[in-house]
Design a protein around this ligand. Structure first.
Ligand SMILES: Nc1ncnc2c1ncn2[C@@H]1O[C@H](COP(=O)(O)OP(=O)(O)O)[C@@H](O)[C@H]1O
Ligand SMILES: [Mg+2]
Length: 380
């Protein structure tokens, strides 16, 4: 089956598209990546999305327009790949997260992804699965992270314990014990959670410090010129989210604009230069990941595989490697899954599983009470 997976993460940089050919059932899958690309958002649409993510008020009419504009943009991204590479059987679209509230007390989690699947199915004339988080939330889960089960399927190793660390806007980890499928068809119990900030604080810092001329620290150039302030990193690591045991998920609501403002005020009090601030946030981001491994993993892994845009920041990768000198830290490409395509590919697999009626959530990861089918199916 030819399946297109689509996602735009909390960085709101653009829509990742993966064209895949998937065969098999359950965990016994063959997944070939035929094409992968990122289609950047037009700047005005990106600004509208970022405003909603930052908590600015929006009328319901404007929200409906935005939902439709995002669906249009996602459908265009899929159509571009279809025009290049031929027809597909299924589209699986995560959409654009604009709000994520974890479970609070006895309240269910709440997560909003825009770019409605019904509009996409209609525009593309292809069955479309969307709204992947809802069923898990209804089952009492966080609705996130959803990718660990796909990591389990595609990146487990018979002799190596692995951490698969995604560094998008937010960071999330999947811990994979060894799994020798020839001996044990049943998968092992895995762990996964949102580790905290990914690129979000670095991106906001660069946007602020460059007065809007840059949106991210390309190749870690600013961080490379600065010196991190260890006292601030130590203080920031006391953040309660970072100490909360999994299952847990987070978003830009916690590690976004307001959080950066507090870091910025701390940094100014310490007299840090702009490059020192970026270096400090970059090392802090790596330290949140390392601290969460040391706090919550049953054992440190034999390898750390990094996906998402963060693996293209050499300073972030170097700080993470420095935390674990004995453990190789490499992009997921090394294990056969291109780091930039991994999340879109994961949603192609989740969409395929929905179509096959194979439950896509892992209660141990999301905290849901039961396994459930993920995603709503829209036929054109
Ligand atoms: N060459 C690069 N140098 C440094 N950072 C990069 C580079 N390329 C991408 N990034 C970072 O990756 C982010 C996008 O990562 P992505 O995995 O798409 O996140 P999300 O899933 O949140 O959309 C960018 O916002 C930027 O911070
Ligand atoms: Mg992205």
């Amino acid at each position: 089956m030819r399946v297109i997976g689509l996602i735009s993460g909390t960085s709101v940089d653009g829509i990742d598209v993966a064209l895949t050919e998937i065969e098999g059932e359950g965990y016994d899958l063959r997944v070939d990546l035929l094409d992968g690309c990122t289609v950047p958002y037009p700047d005005d649409l990106r600004q509208r999305i970022l405003a909603v993510c930052a908590g600015q008020p929006i009328t319901l009419a404007a929200l409906a327009d935005l939902d439709e504009a995002i669906a249009h943009q996602f459908a265009q991204a899929a159509q571009r790949v279809i025009d290049q590479s031929g027809p597909v059987d299924l589209v699986a679209s995560h959409g654009q997260t604009v709000f994520h509230r974890p479970i609070q007390g006895d309240q269910l989690a709440y997560s909003v992804q825009l770019g409605r699947g019904a509009s996409m199915a209609r525009r593309l004339g292809v069955p479309t699965v969307s709204n992947f988080r809802r069923a898990d939330i209804e089952a009492g889960g966080e609705g996130a992270p959803l990718v660990p089960i796909v990591d389990l399927c595609l990146l487990s190793h018979p002799q190596q314990r692995r951490c698969v660390q995604n560094i998008g806007g937010i960071g999330n980890v999947t811990y994979l014990p060894t799994w020798d499928r020839s001996q044990t068809p049943q998968p092992p119990a895995i762990l996964g959670w949102d580790t905290g900030p990914g690129n979000s604080l670095i991106d906001i810092a660069i946007t602020t410090l460059s007065e809007g001329t840059l949106t991210y620290d390309a190749d870690g150039a600013w961080a490379a010129q600065g010196t991190p302030c260890q006292d601030l990193i130590h203080d920031w690591l006391q953040n309660p989210y970072l100490h909360q045991p999994p299952p847990k998920s987070t978003g830009r609501e916690l590690f976004g604009w307001d959080y950066f403002q507090r870091c910025y005020a701390d940094a100014q009090r310490q007299g840090l230069s702009p490059t020192d601030i970026v270096a400090t946030l970059t090392q802090f981001t790596a330290a949140t990941i390392a601290q969460s491994y040391r706090s919550f993993l049953p054992a440190l892994p034999d390898a750390i595989l990094v996906g998402g845009g963060g693996c293209r920041n050499p300073m972030l990768m170097a700080y993470l490697q420095a935390e674990f000198p004995e453990i190789p830290v490499t992009p997921t490409d090394k294990a056969g899954v291109p780091a930039g395509d991994k999340e879109a590919l994961a949603f192609a697999v989740l969409g395929y599983w929905r179509w096959q009626e194979f439950p896509g959530n892992l209660p141990a990861v999301t905290g849901a009470g039961t396994t459930t089918l993920l995603g709503e199916c829209h036929r054109p």
